[in-house]
Design a protein. Structure first.
Length: 108
């Protein structure tokens, strides 16, 4: 009887591990639902966004430029990146080139 219980417990534990590795215990829609409910403030394309054209120098990043211009960052980094991409036709900050001019959003 003891061997039967050990066998059933081991089989059940094996099934649980197999199920977690193949299917998982959380439904995938739960993760998507959480992502959909996050509401970041977005600027519409019609809204004027103040910006400054800056020539990129070695070592500059979007965050360092915005902090240098603003003094401190009062908006989220996600908003800064989204605004930068809107001002620069979808260019990602990591694709900036040294010596090129880009529009950097201002928030003051």
């Amino acid at each position: 009887m003891k061997r039967l219980l050990i066998f059933l417990a081991t089989s059940f534990l094996g099934f649980i591990v197999y199920f977690d590795l193949t299917t998982g215990t959380l439904p995938s829609t739960a993760i998507l639902t959480v992502e959909k409910t996050i509401d970041y403030p977005q600027h519409s394309a019609k809204t004027f966004m103040p910006y400054k054209e800056i020539t990129i120098e070695p070592g500059d990043t979007l965050l360092s430029i915005v902090e240098r211009e603003e003094g401190s960052l009062e908006v989220s980094i996600e908003n800064v990146i989204a605004d930068f991409q809107k001002l620069n036709n979808g260019l990602k900050p990591e694709d900036m080139l040294i010596g090129e001019k880009y529009k950097i959003p201002l928030y003051h």
